[in-house]
Structure formats: structure tokens, C-alpha cells
Design a protein around this ligand. Structure first.
Ligand SMILES: NC(=O)c1ccc[n+]([C@@H]2O[C@H](COP(=O)([O-])OP(=O)(O)OC[C@H]3O[C@@H](n4cnc5c(N)ncnc54)[C@H](O)[C@@H]3O)[C@@H](O)[C@H]2O)c1
Ligand SMILES: O=CCc1c[nH]cn1
Length: 486
């Protein structure tokens, strides 16, 4: 294994920082259990250093001409692309996701965000509102210091999706990665400095949940953007509310993928595979409730099982592997428990259901398919966040919509049909922030991404994210005399 030990646990004010007084964070390669790096959770002194330097850098950054700020972000995008191979390898070591995925979905997705926001930085403007003589103009101002808190499934992408729009709007960011994947965001911080961002503009503090909690309530912080689970979202949202801070909440889901009887079965099967087994099932927007019309359910399941049997489970650094280990043994244990729950609830196990033979070391788990699932089963109601697909059947459009919406979550949804009118009609009734018709899980930076209901607040990506990293100042300009009562 190559040496991935960073020069310090945190990256603050343009340099690596270490404080060994913090609790140890072991960074483990999920395929072997080997500890590949040892870091320390941020102490209060480290957190203060990060916030102070971000506050200072933010003023300097916001004072630059927007076109110059945009140029720095575009340079970050270029460096991310130039180093894609090394960054993808690091992402694979950090998360356990197969290299064939990380080469196309992580630093590259981050680069898209940096390029997109770098390109529009200079067009983040206010407007002029005529009042028949007098007028109002608006200025779109940065919020100040933003805190980003990440989940472990997409450490590079999450850091880029948060920092790119934040910095484009003139903010600074202190980013706290998940304690399970502490390595990738440090590389991004190095790249920001190399691309010309002022020291302190993008700081990374590693740490456990208590570090996130300390950041959220600090008086220097103006905005918090969390990617994580609903229970953490509840805590962070409440803590941020104490200080009336702006929030973005990118939380969990239990999204429906509806396959109508007229759908192209091969495409629908491909989508179900992507919606459940990509990243070994560790994607927030996964379509884990696959509603299939009863008329095609048997054919769909047969083809799905046939194709899933060809999945290549292996070392994620091997380019042939398309199913890697889960991020941690704890996460795998949780998924194995759900599989047992599914069996005891009476769902039919069509494929998988355990640790693959020959993969007793590492956090491996088989891609698992249940059929005969009903809405009341826990495997159909709760987010598992692993490679477990539940197939449910339906007989009418109305029934599919009602059952798809019968969840507290509302992150994403997909519809497969060859009747395009039906596709639009159904999507219009689905309670989800991100929908796909005849596709699943593609998240281009040009499209707003985020959830409704318990799945979140706010949007990432596209111009929509700018609304969540800026505030509007209205300036009334009088061209006439001032009237008063006396
Ligand atoms: N909607 C999205 O865009 C999106 C994307 C990826 C993952 N997710 C969700 O994330 C979850 C999986 O990730 P996870 O297990 O890392 O989530 P998690 O909620 O356990 O942790 C997320 C982050 O919050 C931090 N944290 C924990 N307690 C905190 C507190 N009290 N205050 C501040 N920070 C705290 C953690 O250290 C971590 O960095 C799933 O529910 C998944 O759906 C959502
Ligand atoms: O994990 C959630 C965000 C996402 C969806 N697809 C790629 N990234």
C-alpha cells in the first residue's frame, strides 16, 4: 500500500497542522482492515485557529474582483483533472469504493463543480428595480464563514460541491470530513492554495461528531451545510437555529424507482443496478424501493439476478472490481442485520444475503436482492445504506405514486416508461427533490440536487446553490425630496 499518511491531521491557513492532544482517528483500508494513516481529532485550539484564519481570508477574498475569484476556482478544476488518477486512488483507499468508479465520479465531479462555479462567479450580481423615479438596487453578498460537514461516501465530491459555490459567492469555508474518510479533503485544501486561493480560505479540520458540533455553534460561523443522516441533520439544524445561522441539509433517503409495464427492461435493470449497487449501495439518492409492475415483475427480477451474478467483487484498487467493501465493519454489520430483518419479515431472498465466499477479510458483502417486499417491512421503510434492493410490485399508476410517496423521506425518485406523457405526469406527483425519467442517479452539476420532507433543506449544484451561500442587500435610492408629516 502506498504511503497516504498526511503531513498533519488538519489543513489551516495554507499549511498542515497537527495537535496530538486530539483523539486518534485511524484511517482504515476497507478491503484489508489495514490502518493506512493515523490522524488526530481537532482540539478547541485547532478549531479556533481554523475559524480565525477563515474569517481573515474571507474578507480578502470577497474584496477581489469576481473574475479573479472565478479564475482561481477554474484553476482548481484543472488541477483536479490533471491529478485525477492519484486523487481517485486516494478516494478508493479512503472509502473502499472501486477505482473504476472513483476515476469517473469523484475528483471529476468535483472538477465539474469548480469549473461551473468558476465560470459563473463574475455573473453573481444583484438587480435594479425601478420604482417610477426612485429605484432599488440589490447586492448579492457573501454570508461570511461557512462550515461544511461531510458524510463518508463521497469525500472529495462533497467537499467540492460545498466549497465551490460557497467560495464563488465570496465566502470562506471550514470543512470537516467524516471521521471515517479524513484524507481526500486535505488534498483539496492543498490544491486550493496551489491554485492561488488565499491561505485560510478553505480549511480542513478533521474530527468526530463533537468537532462538527463545536463548529456549528461557534459565533464566527454564518452558515452550516451538512451532508449526513437524518438524525444528525436534526441535531445540526437545531444547533444552527440557536444562532439563526443559514443551513443546507443534504440528508438520507429511501427513494422509489418505479418501473412501468411498458418500460425498456434492460434499461430499467441497468438503472436498478446503478441505484442499488454503485458504491456498494452507499449513495444517499439510491432507489432502494424498486416498484415493478406485476405484469413484468418476474421477467425483470430474472434478468436483474442474471446480471447481478456477473458483478466482480474484489480489491477496489483492481480496475476489474465493481463491488468493493463497505466503508467500515460497523456499517457492514448494520447491513447484515437488515438482511436478517428482511428474511424474518418474510421477504424472498433472490440473491446474495451474506459475506461473499473468500472475502472474510475486509468489509465485503454480497449485492443482495429481495422480492415480495411489502411497504410495512423495515427493509422497505428504513434507509439501509448498503447493497440491498427491495422489489415491490404494483398494478396501477395511482397505486405506485401513493406508495412511492408513503415515506418520511423525499430525496430522489425514478420512473421508467416508454410513455413520455406518463413519465412527466408521474414525476409531477412524486414527493422528491431530484427525479429521473428513464435514468437514475446521474447528478450533473448543472442540475440542482437536494431533498424534500426529511431528506433535507436547500439545494446543491447549479445556480440554485448560490441562493444558499449568499444574501441580498436592498438599497433604496431616492431621486426626489423626502416627505414627512411635520
Ligand atoms: N443528501 C445527500 O446529498 C447525501 C449525500 C451523502 C450521504 N448522505 C447521507 O449521509 C448518511 C451517511 O453518512 P454518515 O453515516 O457519515 O452520516 P452521519 O450523519 O453519521 O455523519 C455525517 C457527518 O456529521 C458529523 N456529525 C455527527 N454528529 C454531529 C453533530 N452532533 N454535529 C455536527 N456534526 C456531526 C459526522 O462526524 C460526519 O462528518 C446517510 O444517511 C446518507 O443518506 C446524504
Ligand atoms: O450520495 C449522494 C450524492 C450523490 C448521488 N450521486 C452521486 N453522489
Amino acid at each position: 500500500m502506498k504511503d497516504v499518511q498526511p503531513k498533519g491531521s488538519h489543513f489551516i491557513d495554507g499549511a498542515y497542522v497537527e495537535d496530538t492532544a486530539g483523539r486518534v482517528i485511524n484511517c482504515v483500508y476497507a478491503a484489508t482492515g489495514e490502518v493506512v494513516a493515523k490522524l488526530h481529532s481537532a482540539t478547541p485550539a485547532v478549531i479556533a485557529q481554523a475559524l480565525d484564519s477563515a474569517k481573515r481570508a474571507q474578507k480578502e477574498w470577497a474584496a477581489l474582483p469576481p473574475v479573479e475569484r472565478g479564475r482561481v476556482l477554474r484553476r482548481v478544476a484543472d488541477i483536479l483533472r490533471e491529478r485525477n488518477e492519484a486523487l481517485s486512488e486516494l478516494e478508493t483507499i479512503d472509502t473502499g469504493k472501486p477505482i473504476q468508479e472513483t476515476l469517473v465520479a469523484d475528483a471529476t465531479s468535483g472538477a465539474d463543480a469548480l469549473e461551473y462555479y468558476g465560470g459563473i462567479t463574475a455573473s453573481i450580481t444583484g438587480e435594479s428595480v425601478p420604482l417610477g423615479g426612485d429605484f432599488v438596487y440589490t447586492i448579492r453578498e457573501p454570508l461570511g464563514v461557512c462550515v461544511g460537514i461531510g458524510a463518508w461516501n463521497y469525500p472529495t465530491q462533497i467537499a467540492c460541491w460545498k466549497s465551490a459555490p460557497a467560495l464563488a459567492c465570496g465566502n470562506a469555508m471550514v470543512f470537516k470530513p467524516s471521521e471515517m474518510t479524513p484524507l481526500c479533503a486535505l488534498k483539496l485544501a492543498e490544491i486550493y492554495v496551489e491554485a492561488g486561493a488565499p491561505a485560510g480560505l478553505f480549511n480542513v479540520v478533521n474530527g468526530y461528531g463533537d468537532v462538527g458540533a463545536a463548529l456549528v455553534t461557534d459565533s464566527r460561523v454564518d452558515k452550516v451545510s451538512l451532508t449526513g443522516s437524518v438524525p444528525t441533520g436534526r441535531k445540526v439544524y437545531a444547533a444552527a437555529a440557536e444562532g439563526i445561522r443559514h443551513v443546507t441539509m443534504e440528508l438520507g433517503g429511501k427513494s422509489p424507482l418505479i418501473v412501468f409495464e411498458d418500460a425498456d427492461i434492460e434499461n430499467a435493470v441497468s438503472a436498478a443496478i446503478n441505484a442499488n449497487f454503485y458504491s456498494t449501495g452507499q449513495i444517499c439518492s439510491n432507489g432502494t424501493r424498486v416498484f415493478v409492475h406485476a405484469d413484468i415483475a418476474e421477467a425483470f427480477a430474472a434478468r436483474l439476478v442474471e446480471r447481478t451474478k456477473t458483478a466482480v467483487i474484489g480489491d477496489p484498487l483492481d480496475p476489474e472490481t465493481n463491488i468493493g467493501p463497505m466503508v467500515t465493519d460497523t456499517q457492514r454489520a448494520k447491513v447484515l442485520e437488515y438482511i436478517e430483518i428482511g428474511k424474518s419479515e418474510g421477504a424472498k431472498l433472490l440473491l446474495g444475503g451474506g459475506i461473499p465466499a473468500g472475502f472474510e477479510t475486509g468489509n465485503y458483502i454480497e449485492p443482495t436482492i429481495f422480492s415480495g417486499v411489502t411497504d410495512d417491512m423495515r427493509i422497505a421503510a428504513e434507509e439501509i445504506f448498503g447493497p440491498v434492493m427491495a422489489i415491490l410490485t404494483f398494478t396501477s399508476e395511482e397505486e405506485a405514486i401513493t406508495r412511492a410517496n408513503a415515506t418520511e423521506f423525499g430525496l430522489a425518485a425514478g420512473v421508467f416508461t416508454n410513455d413520455i406523457k406518463r413519465g412527466h405526469r408521474v414525476v409531477a406527483q412524486l414527493e422528491a427533490g431530484t427525479c429521473w425519467i428513464n435514468q437514475y442517479n446521474l447528478t450533473p452539476v448543472e442540475a440542482p440536487f437536494g431533498g424534500v420532507k426529511m431528506s433535507g433543506v436547500g439545494r446543491e449544484n447549479a445556480r440554485a446553490a448560490l441562493e444558499h451561500y449568499s444574501q441580498i442587500k436592498s438599497v433604496y435610492v431616492a431621486l426626489s425630496d423626502v416627505e414627512s408629516a411635520f
